[in-house]
Design a protein around this ligand. Sequence first.
Ligand code: TRP
Length: 332
Amino acid sequence: MPKEVVLSGIRPTGFLHLGNYFGAVKNWVRMQHDYNCYFCVVDWHSLTTHPDTKELRNNVHRLFGELLASGLDPEQSVIYVQSDVPEIAELYLYLNMLAYQGELEKTSTFKDKVRQHPQNVNAGLLTYPVLQAADILIHRAVKVPVGKDQEQHVEMTRNLAERFNRRYEAVFSMPFAFNYGESLTKILGLDGKGKMSKSENPMSTIYLNDDDDLIRKKIMKAKTDSGPTEKGMPKPDYIENLFTLMQLVSRYDVVAAFESEYEACSIRYGDMKKQLAEDMISFITPIREKAEAIQNDKAYLTKVIKTGEQKARESAAETLKLVRKAMGLNYV
Ligand code: TRP
């Protein structure tokens, strides 16, 4: 049986942080063994909010370095840049004819962006989900590993696919958001205010390219309190988050020791953070160094980007052929 097709995308708007790593990339790495995976660096999407392209080249190279260092394997998966695949833009055009202004204006991500950048509400921002649908449908993907905030976009992709199938011919299978269930880890910012993200306070976000001292500094500054005063007290979410991070990077017995100190109300968060910082450094350093080495090996990077482009275009061209035929756009 052919493997199911998976697609996901990531915007090259900054460096990878622990939220991306544990919330997304780690799942992608796992999926590459079970599925026929496409992972796309969506530079066109980043233009909707980052029109300045000065940093783009460096960001894309850095992101490739980080994705490969995190375990994405260009031999197993197709890893490519969106703007290398013009077929996506063509499909986006067709899908735009099936997308209604009303549903686009209702999308929560659009409403958020309008609030954040009221002076730059461009048409690309409005049709952002249509471009995302084109990313997914161009490979006729059926599984889309994304977080909760992207589920509405996947639902819109299904609506567009269904409209296309009904109006023309049944070309598309329905894609669904996917994760391995309980393994999708949510990481909060170290200030305890919402999820770890690139746009918030940089001191509360740990990046894969942070050096050892910066990691130490950020973790030592993480929000804590004076500790539990009674047995069985539930952990506040910023404390839970430190335990979550520790579970991800520390040895089992180390975590267990701090858990029982919490239970016994004898925990000293300063000690816990010192331990967490050292374990985090041991975890991140090899990834950071590998990412840097890949980013500096331009010959290898070029080879990976080119190979991804070629494989992605092959699959995209097949879909586009079916699409054009279904729509009757063939005149010779
Ligand atoms: N919108 C996604 C985000 O902000 C990125 C993205 C673009 C994407 N195209 C995609 C994700 C296709 C999954 C599938 O994170």
